[in-house]
Write a protein that binds this ligand. Structure first.
Ligand code: MN
Length: 251
């Protein structure tokens, strides 16, 4: 025997106003007729949709029974054929009216979003292309130049667990880097100091000559704007990766 059909809408909506009608709806129509076994539930769903259509009933009860038909295995191709077939007998406008509701119910689900696309929707700035400096990072990162004039600004995005190696922004005069967190959660650490957690709005000033690293938390995407502070003879020196031990000790 297939699964038992139950229905309580009668008592919920009309139990006080019309208890006999509620009883017939819930106990007889849905309790007995929907559960008789000579025809299967999917077929009953189709008969019900076509009966409502033939009667010109296109209110919420049609929507309920279309959804019920889908839930009981009627495919998009089948419902299209069923409505088309019935239309030839019951009339063109009824076909249109039922198709308008069926189209909503059998609408294709939106294709699954990638994690990257889902994260992009949480930040204002573009994620950009894969980072050309990826050789100096553990994990995958992305770089989007926002401006290369006056003070160059890049949006740098790190996948969960991604971080750059220890490095120094050298300059003979001026120079250094500023970070402004714009998405997710990450870390910044200067050599010999405690790590600093970065969340959207956190600003970090990195003087030239200071050894440091920055990157995502293990369980979060992370983006910061990187501002190249103007200076003389500016150059980045890339060093060893952050040790797994140190990184894993972070939250
Ligand atoms: Mn840096």
């Amino acid at each position: 025997m297939s699964k038992k059909i139950t229905q309580t809408a009668g008592r919920q909506q009309l139990g006080k106003f019309a208890p006999m009608f509620a009883h017939l709806n819930d106990d007889v129509l849905f309790g007995e007729v929907w559960n008789e076994e000579a025809i299967d539930v999917k077929t009953k769903c189709i008969i019900t949709v076509v009966s409502l259509m033939a009667s010109g009933i296109t209110d919420s009860s049609l929507g309920y029974h279309l959804q019920n038909a889908k839930n009981n295995g009627v495919t998009k191709e089948e419902i299209a054929a069923i409505i088309t077939h019935a239309t030839m007998y019951v009339g063109w406008p009824k076909g249109w009216a039922v198709f308008r509701q069926a189209k909503e119910i059998w609408n294709e689900e939106a294709p699954a979003q990638s994690e990257k696309d889902a994260y992009q929707n949480t930040i204002f700035f573009p994620i950009g292309e894969e980072n050309p400096y990826g050789q100096f990072f553990v994990g995958r990162s992305y770089l989007a130049p926002l401006t290369t004039e006056q003070v160059p600004v890049y949006n740098v995005t790190f996948e969960p667990g991604c971080r750059n190696n220890w490095h120094i922004h050298h300059a003979a005069c001026g120079g250094g880097q500023m970070l402004i967190c714009v998405g997710g959660r990450g870390w910044y650490q200067e050599w010999g100091k405690e790590p600093v957690e970065l969340t959207p709005g956190t600003v970090i000033n990195i003087p030239a000559g200071v050894k440091h690293w920055h990157g995502a938390a293990a369980d979060s995407w992370f983006s910061h704007l990187a501002l190249e502070i103007p200076g003389e003879d500016g150059k980045a020196e890339w060093m060893e990766p952050v040790s797994e031990e140190d990184y894993n000790a972070l939250g």
